[in-house]
Design a binder for this molecule. Sequence first.
Ligand SMILES: NC(=O)c1ccc[n+]([C@@H]2O[C@H](COP(=O)([O-])OP(=O)(O)OC[C@H]3O[C@@H](n4cnc5c(N)ncnc54)[C@H](O)[C@@H]3O)[C@@H](O)[C@H]2O)c1
Ligand SMILES: N[C@@H](CC=O)C(=O)O
Length: 499
Amino acid sequence: MGSVAQPFKKPIPYEFKDSSLIDTRSLIGGQWVGAASGKTFKLTDPEDDGEICDIADLDGEDTRRAIEAASQAFETYKLTPHRERRWLMRKWGDLIKANREDLAALNTLELGMPYTESLAKVQYAVDFVDWFEGAVERTFGETIPAFRGSNRILTIRQPQGVVACITPWNSPLAMVTRKVGAAIAAGNTVVCKPAPETPLCAIALAKLFERAGGPPGVFNIVTTSPANTPAVGHQLCSHNAIRHLSFTGSTAVGKMLNTECAKTIKKTSLELGGLAPFIAFEDADVDKAVAGLITSKFRSSGQTCVCANRIYVHSSILDKFADALSEGVKKTFTYGSVWDKKVNFGPLYAGKGIAKVAAHLDDSLKNGAKVHSGGRDDRAGPNFFPPTVLKGGRVGMKFMEEETFGPLAFLVPFDTEEEVIKMANTADVGLAAYFYTEDISRLWRVSEALKVGMVGVRVGLVSAAEAPFGGVLESGLGREGGIAALEEYLDIKSITIGL
Ligand SMILES: NC(=O)c1ccc[n+]([C@@H]2O[C@H](COP(=O)([O-])OP(=O)(O)OC[C@H]3O[C@@H](n4cnc5c(N)ncnc54)[C@H](O)[C@@H]3O)[C@@H](O)[C@H]2O)c1
Ligand SMILES: N[C@@H](CC=O)C(=O)O
């Protein structure tokens, strides 16, 4: 990638093929607008903390306008034939694919993710659009035998109205397509509030949606700073026209928004935090288990809600496992500029990520854990933390109770299946879990026993557009993707007909 003419305040080593995808404004009712107050906030690059650009800082009042535009658009959009919505999804998906490099560059710029990994994220994002395209025409109703012989009962599925989509910084493309795509495919209109850290990807996706022929007001974007976020959130949770809030983010914020939405009885889909257990049983194929753990633990530098957090390794294979993991990490990852195509491990998202990782590391070391490989090293940038393997993890340490959201692999020994299931199931959250065994009976037993929404058996990646994604307990409510992808965004209406 050569040096370039710059659309941003800081130079980046990438030349956009279509710089009209870049915008710093919000989208309300088909108009690209700034905040009515004229305010903006600064967007910074997590790789070096450099300033990228100023983004429109919308407030509660601007958000109300976006909700009203979406509400008005719903009145006509809800009548769009299913096949037309299918074509819209197809066109949007095709445009995302055609602009994959620019979208990957935006993902790299605002998230600090290596460019090669960002390309894979564009694919993951468009997988949802493709999946919803296939689902649009299959939102069937049923006919139901009635107790009263003279009646006939049938059901239809109808869009709900305006859906608020609040997305996190750690997945700026796929979390938008997973929520907005499903809601719109089902016939709803949307107000999307991307994370203040990563608005450019959401904006570019909305531009492509417009180009695909998406009608004005169907997909609205409200960009906002952390300071204005509570006011925007309040408007999204309290306005009567919003009938569904779809949120991905932390459990603490999810609980708060859910409480606020209860006052106007909104449906909520909540994809919240995890604390994923990863179990390597004594009969595991160690090489495969290590490869799976590297994927699960270190994907996005450890910053996903489904990353392994509590890694239980049978005592009989612990030393071999730790050595193989350290060796695997060394062979797998290359560090350097996130724009270098050979680099596949990037920085953490800024200061708050580093602080949490450092706190978990210090707490474990103070309580007897030992670094097996890696450890603090900021030579590749102020927000860089290398993949680190630790032995001696145990109950009571911070990482056993809260997500590290970073690349620390704490290995915790165990001796029996019963003991490890009990430890895995002690958390208040239950999103994903992974385990490795070669025993078919154990495969079923353990899959059924784990209190989570998603289990990976002999795989380190469970995220896919075709698989239902979501958690149990305090990891959230509802499922995204999968066969019932659009169900989440449709209401069932029964119609009883007397003959
Ligand atoms: N289950 C999932 O699918 C999933 C996916 C990604 C991230 N996460 C979780 O998200 C967390 C990391 O993201 P984060 O720190 O940005 O989470 P966060 O909850 O602080 O932020 C998520 C989103 O909520 C918004 N937000 C925050 N306060 C709000 C308020 N008062 N009103 C309205 N919106 C508000 C943020 O601006 C952002 O858009 C981790 O705990 C991770 O596990 C979960
Ligand atoms: N983006 C992640 C989820 C949360 O971080 C995924 O879909 O796997």
